[in-house]
Ligand binder design. Structure first.
Ligand SMILES: *Cc1c(COP(=O)(O)O)cnc(C)c1O
Length: 394
């Protein structure tokens, strides 16, 4: 049976009449820019996430960009972000003329840690952007403390992690600002692009509302240079309906993850692998294993991705081909760490060695985890992985 990596059609079909009604409401209102629908969605998101303010914007990328602009980040400033993440995180920093400074990730959580961020602080550091990658929160207590100690701003990239918690608190409220995405493959996916910035600071919220309107306040009087970063009311209307099912989607993703953990553990190892002395961030290659994603202390992940690692030269690409050949969707998020991207040649600070980011970029493979995956589909994925393990590691 073919199993897609992601398919939103069933999820959307189940809500068809409510979504159609919500969209008609916007069409009939004749209001297609901001207004009530966006305001209502912002309020519902702020309540859901547990923050004082939420500002709807045009995408997750624009959420990060507007957040950086609200903090006056620009030329001469350094912003520390992970080397292993989606491009946006660092792209936004560079677009503002600031310098992205890449920190390594933990190969077990795929996230930056206080220890991996710490060596990168300089007197130019203005902000840190930890990314809650694949739906699991970074270890936020230490990262918040580190940012306070250095008196720098903290922007959470929570694009993949709406609803994820660390020590019981939802992501998006730990830092000065949080950035979310409603790209269709995210846990709360719209019918196109959309994003959100969260904050507990009223002044930052007001600044964000002005920035998304070209820095305009009042009309046609521009206090600063912003952009068109607005969330469409049509998207807001769709997302309001889907927000009502987000907890259900998350539960289903957790069920899928539990199934994989239970049924793949005998062809895999989840224990923390041994370390190479002097390279505390890299892992000894274990040729005989698929490494399952691990849940870290204090974290309740929302499983935007279920990302396994396949150590051993060429093994990940072998598995990718094997799965594809058997009709199982999979993808490499992400094949090239950001410090090695062509576009950052010269734009970022000279590459300190980031061995774990380079290693995981060679080893990762994400499996289907979307909420509507059926028991039969999950079992197929497991069966094909067992076939591969039997052949490749025996
Ligand atoms: C998706 C994503 C973004 C960007 O969101 P868009 O809505 O696609 O612009 C930023 N950061 C991370 C980690 C993402 O996964």
């Amino acid at each position: 049976m073919a199993v897609p990596l992601f398919d939103a059609r069933q999820q959307n079909a189940l809500l068809r009449s409510e979504i159609s009604e919500a969209m008609s409401r916007v069409v009939e209102s004749g209001r297609f820019i901001l207004g009530e629908e966006v305001e209502a969605f912002e309020k519902e998101c702020a309540d859901y996430i547990g923050v004082k303010h939420a500002v709807g914007v045009s995408s997750g990328t624009d959420a990060i960009l507007a957040a950086l602009m609200a903090l006056d980040i620009g030329p001469g400033d350094e912003v520390i972000c992970p080397a292993f993440t989606f491009f946006s995180t660092a792209g936004c920093v560079a677009r503002l003329g600031a310098t992205p400074v890449f920190a390594d990730v933990s190969p077990e959580s795929f996230n930056v840690t206080a220890a991996s961020l710490r060596p990168h602080f300089t007197e130019r550091t203005k902000a840190v952007i930890p990314v809650h990658l694949f739906g699991q929160a970074c270890s936020m207590r230490e990262i918040v403390a580190l940012c306070r100690e250095h008196e720098v701003a903290l922007i959470e990239d929570a694009a993949q992690a709406i609803g994820a918690t660390f020590e019981g608190q939802q992501v998006g409220g730990f830092g000065d600002l949080g950035a979310f995405s409603f790209f269709p493959t995210k846990n709360l996916g719209g019918f196109g692009d959309g994003g959100l910035v969260t904050t507990n600071d009223g002044d930052l919220a007001a600044r964000l509302r002005r920035l998304r309107l070209h820095g305009m306040e009042p009309k046609y009087y521009h206090q600063e240079i912003g952009g068109n970063f607005r969330l469409d009311p049509l998207q807001a209307a769709v997302l309001r309906v889907k927000l009502g099912s987000l907890d259900d989607y998350t539960e289903r993703r957790k069920t899928n993850a539990n199934f994989y953990h239970k049924n793949l553990s005998h062809s895999a190892t989840s224990r923390p692998p041994s370390r190479i002395q002097g390279h505390e961030n890299s892992i000894v290659r274990e040729e005989d294993a698929i490494i399952l994603p691990s849940v870290h202390p204090g974290c309740t992940p929302v499983w935007n991705q279920f990302t396994i690692r396949i150590p051993g030269k060429g093994k990940r690409d072998q598995l990718r081909e094997f799965l594809t050949g058997r009709g199982i969707g999979c993808e490499v998020y992400y094949p090239v760490p950001l410090h090695q991207q062509e576009c950052f040649r010269g734009a970022s600070l000279p590459g300190v060695s980031l061995p774990a980011s380079e290693q995981v970029a060679r080893e990762v493979l994400s499996l289907p985890i979307f909420p509507e995956l059926t028991e039969e589909m999950r079992s197929d994925v497991v069966a094909v992985l067992h076939d591969f393990s039997a052949g490749a590691f025996s």
